[in-house]
Design a protein around this ligand. Structure first.
Ligand code: UDP
Length: 412
């Protein structure tokens, strides 16, 4: 993990100075983040980077992970699917198990949570912890990373009472905010430009990817990097590739994914992808280990275009990761992708495999436009979606919440 001053080369010294200034009133405060997986998925990706930087700024920041059995993750995956708009039917024994698991985790985490000045609870999995720490000292914030623009109402109705008691909530987009009796803040996520996932790589390491995954460097390549999750629509990506291939015969597709320990549906979705690919040797379906950050980085760099054809997406870090590498993204016209893919500037927003195929053909047949969009994309990420901006907004929120009785806040 790079220390703060290393980011100055990318974002400028004044940005780093401002972070130090914002963090000063929070020195020695104790902050705890809680989620449900240390590896896999965007939340873990962000916490891995954000927490060391907060510590470097003098804020005592810890990361706790709750655990549960298979039924627990089955239940929370149904919450996820329901909050993102699917009709789901969750048996009451799974709901009781969800509540009981949180009660048990609260007992284990009590020493860490009770005295913390600020607690960030990420997503629904650990949301009920709050009600078990009734003698809490600090402010508790629920951070939602999910696309809840059109939740399945019964799931929202069940979860809302667990959330209402929080002091604040954070959402990635205004569209996601809900009716809750506390202030709601909009903070989109970010990527770390100095992490293995995003840092510039030596040429040999990038080109090593061709042989490793049997990709022909002389033919065009489109890629989607995502957990095998139906909302990421990997089957729709295969369909878009198949439609484009009629006009671009040499086209290759890489689908790279891996599991997250709190996502039990991956295998079933992977089977659907294999069936759709139907043995096409130009479709590489990869299952990468959770720490394959440099390989994903290289895959994004050898791709001509990156796809993220989600039908619902809280944010989609993979979009920003690709844009940062100067790759235009063809993304689903939904949720957080709309913040990142500015139609005709950093990529294209699409709603169907046909739409995606049309844009793939267009970009591969207009290399000058593809390159220009890639350059625009990288600058757009520098301005909006790097870790330093994310940290600044978290710090601002933390200062606001820790001084909420005063009508003015002085930053030294
Ligand atoms: N990712 C990964 N390996 C994979 C698939 C995804 O490391 O096989 C990473 C990806 O690069 C990104 C994160 O996991 O950093 C996924 O975050 P995103 O917000 O795109 O989606 P989520 O999985 O949180 O829905």
């Amino acid at each position: 993990m790079e220390s703060l001053h290393a980011y100055a080369d990318i974002v400028g010294h004044e940005v780093i100075d401002q972070l130090r200034q914002l963090a000063a009133p929070l020195k020695n405060r104790k902050v705890v983040h809680v989620n449900s997986t240390r590896m896999g998925g965007g939340v873990a990706e962000i916490l891995n980077k954000l927490i060391p930087l907060m510590n470097e700024l003098g804020i005592e920041t810890h990361w706790e992970v709750i655990s549960g059995n298979t039924d627990f993750y089955q239940c929370t995956k149904s919450f996820h699917n329901g909050l993102q708009g699917n009709t789901v039917n969750i048996p009451s024994n799974l709901l009781r198990n969800f509540e009981e698991t949180n009660r048990e985790n609260a007992t284990l985490l009590r020493p860490a949570l009770q005295d913390a000045d600020l607690v960030f609870i990420h997503d629904p999995q650990p949301a009920p912890l709050l009600e078990h720490i009734s003698d809490r000292k600090g402010k508790w914030i629920w951070r939602c990373h999910i696309d809840v623009s059109h939740p399945y109402r019964p799931v929202w109705k069940y979860l809302r009472p667990f959330l209402a008691g929080y002091d604040a909530s954070i959402w990635s987009l205004p569209d996601f905010a809900q009716t809750l009796p506390h202030p709601q803040y909009i903070i989109p996520p970010s990527i770390d430009p100095l992490s293995d996932k995003n840092i510039a790589l030596p040429e040999e390491e990038i080109s090593g990817i061709y042989a490793e995954f049997d990709i022909d460097p002389d033919r065009p390549l489109v890629t989607q990097i995502s957990r095998y999750d139906r909302f990421k629509d990997p089957v729709g990506v295969v369909a878009a590739y198949q439609l484009s291939k009629r006009f671009i015969p040499g086209l290759q597709l890489v689908l790279a994914g891996g599991g997250a320990s709190d996502d039990p549906e991956g295998e079933a979705v992977l089977d659907e992808v294999y069936a759709a690919a139907n043995g096409d040797p130009d479709i590489k379906i990869l299952l990468l280990p959770a720490d394959a950050h440099r390989k994903i980085n290289a895959l994004q760099r050898v791709s001509d275009i990156v796809l993220q054809k989600s039908t619902r997406e809280g944010f989609g870090l993979t979009v920003t990761e690709a844009l940062w590498k100067g790759r235009p993204v063809i993304g689903g016209n939904t949720g957080g992708i709309r913040l990142q893919v500015i139609n005709h500037h950093t990529g294209f927003l699409v709603s169907t495999p046909e739409g995606a195929a049309l844009r793939i053909r267009y970009l591969l047949n207009h290399r000058d436009i593809l390159e220009h969009m890639g350059k625009t994309a990288q600058e757009f990420v520098r301005d909006h979606f790097l870790l330093t901006r994310h940290l600044r907004e978290y710090l601002t929120l933390m200062v606001i919440l820790s001084k909420n009785n005063s009508d003015r806040i002085m930053l030294s």
